[in-house]
Design a protein around this ligand. Structure first.
Ligand code: FHN
Length: 409
């Protein structure tokens, strides 16, 4: 898990037949917004004509991400790789006529970017899968266990194909909510993955047999008490390409969310949705490039750091060096004037702004001679605080010690 904890940023990719009309992935037919037949007809419009796995991998590298997670099969059951378990794949049924996962995996590996494969356990297209539309099931699992076992073999064979063909560093399961760990044979799925690759890590969506938590779109307010966790989030409102969704988060908003994640000890898995032809919407390209520029300038405060000051010590996100002798404060770009740290019980050696040669002044305020409660640390921010978030580096004379008390007399 160490590479995952140090990585901080991953890029999520939702690509599939839903990218043709730019509608909601799988849910649009499941929730009966469109007929299943009409939804599946999109397969005829999927071309991947301009798909260039190398340029995708370059963009991911430029974003500062250390891993990428791509959909190998969403809930609609359409595989993006050459599955032998059925003929429902873009290789066999679409104009793309090629495996779309293998070239991407190769390009990621060439750039030392860790490979994650998204796989939906549920498969609303498979005739042996009980659930189908929001208000209809094909059969009750308990009434036809042989049919469910047939689906289980299909599902586990596809997972095995992904293991052997791509040897992913990370399995990102989804869709586990419709059945129990026992019904999914989750323990067996985990075991088979680790037999093939003992270093593979698995997300939480395997009914309790995963390695890290995956809050989605909902930002934690209190620090999650999971050892490892990752917030997955869209750049606009859709996971896959949406023709009508221009409601993008700004780069500054994404930087703020990203620093909040890493300050609380988690990762951000930021999603993009390429079009059916393999082109990535310009707004998403711009977000990844601008995010990457900011990360590159401040990487010392990002990769291989750990969660920062607990709530109450600093009104913002922060991270710590692993030896806790350095604090990194994330300060909104619009901020000028003082920032304050409370309860810092350690001598400050130097305060600077990352990516610049600015040295900042700090002042201890309110330290009482007869009390061991530390004073407040006021740091004057430069007037010309840049457009993007700044990172204030505080080098301490020794390991960090914090006063958590309620004051006293
Ligand atoms: O149902 C899916 C959804 O389509 C999307 O893939 C997200 C991404 O994490 N996961 C599920 C919803 O939790």
């Amino acid at each position: 898990m160490q590479w995952f904890a140090d990585a901080k940023l991953g890029i999520f990719i939702h690509w599939g037949i839903y990218s043709v009309n730019g509608i909601e992935e799988s849910w649009s037919f499941h929730n009966k917004k469109i007929s299943y037949e009409k939804y599946m007809k999109q397969i005829d419009g999927f071309t991947a004509n301009f798909y260039n796995a190398a340029s995708w991998a370059d963009l991911i590298k430029e974003s500062g991400a250390k891993y990428a997670v791509i959909t190998t099969k969403h809930h609609d059951g359409v595989a993006l790789y050459d599955t032998k378990q059925n003929d429902l794949s873009l290789v066999k049924k679409s104009l793309a006529k090629r495996d779309l996962i293998a070239p991407f995996v190769k390009e990621l590996r060439n750039r030392n970017i860790k490979v994650g494969t998204y796989f939906s356990l549920l498969d609303w297209s498979n005739k042996d899968y009980p659930e189908f539309l929001k208000d209809s099931v094909r059969y009750k699992l308990k009434s036809d266990t042989l049919r469910w076992q047939r689906f289980q073999r299909f599902c586990q064979n596809q997972i095995q194909e992904i293991s052997t063909q791509f040897n992913p560093d990370l399995f990102w399961f989804d869709g586990d909510w419709e059945h129990s760990a026992e019904e999914w044979q989750a323990e067996k799925i985990r075991k088979n993955i680790l037999v093939h690759n003992p270093n593979a890590i698995i997300n939480s969506r395997l009914q309790g047999y995963g390695d890290y938590e995956t809050p989605e779109q909902n930002f934690p307010v209190t620090r999650p008490d999971f050892k490892y966790w990752e917030l997955c989030m869209t750049t606009n409102n859709g996971w896959g390409y949406r023709f009508d969704d221009t409601d993008y988060k700004s780069v500054d908003e994404i930087i703020s969310i990203f620093t909040d994640c890493i300050g609380n000890g988690g990762n951000l898995l930021l999603d993009i949705g390429p079009k059916e032809d393999g082109t990535i919407p310009l707004q998403q390209q711009n977000i990844l490039k601008e995010l990457g520029k900011w990360i590159h300038q401040n990487e010392e405060a990002i990769y291989a750091t750990v969660a920062g000051l607990p709530l109450g010590h600093f009104y913002g996100a922060s991270t710590l060096s692993k030896d806790s002798s350095t604090i990194y404060l994330f300060v909104s770009g619009k901020n000028s004037g003082d920032i304050v740290i409370k309860g810092l019980d350690a001598k400050i050696k130097k305060v600077s702004v990352l990516g610049t040669n600015e040295i900042l002044k700090s002042k201890i305020v309110g330290k009482i001679s007869w009390s061991n409660v530390p004073g407040l640390v006021f740091i004057k921010m430069p007037e010309n605080a840049g457009q993007r978030m700044s990172v204030v580096k505080i080098e301490l004379a020794r390991k960090l010690k914090l006063y958590h008390g309620k004051g006293g007399y």
